[in-house]
Design a protein around this ligand. Structure first.
Ligand code: SF4
Ligand code: SF4
Length: 83
């Protein structure tokens, strides 16, 4: 599985601070941060710990199986960022 960030993301990096495997990017110190509208979870390295969900004030993170219908495109977008 993997967690997925949707377009509601405000890029405040609360999830980045708690992710134990640093699989949420781009971070502020990375070049692509300015040009991306949201952050993305690396589906290969995410260990499904769920730590990113409660800290997200925008409710932008979902477990893969719980991604709401209207945000399904985010699944591919998150993966695509790391392709
Ligand atoms: S905590 Fe939520 S709103 Fe903040 S960067 Fe992470 S996914 Fe985006
Ligand atoms: S579920 Fe855990 S490992 Fe996966 S993105 Fe969230 S904090 Fe990182």
């Amino acid at each position: 599985m993997a967690y997925v960030i949707t377009e509601q993301c405000t890029k405040d990096e609360k999830c980045v601070e708690v992710c134990p495997v640093d699989c949420i990017h781009p971070r502020k110190d990375e070049e692509k941060f300015a040009e991306t509208a949201q952050l993305f979870v690396d589906p290969v390295n995410c260990i499904d710990c769920g730590a990113c969900v409660p800290v997200c004030e925008a409710s932008a993170v979902f477990a893969l199986d719980d991604v709401p219908e209207q945000f399904k495109a985010a699944i591919e977008k998150n993966a695509q960022y790391y392709a």
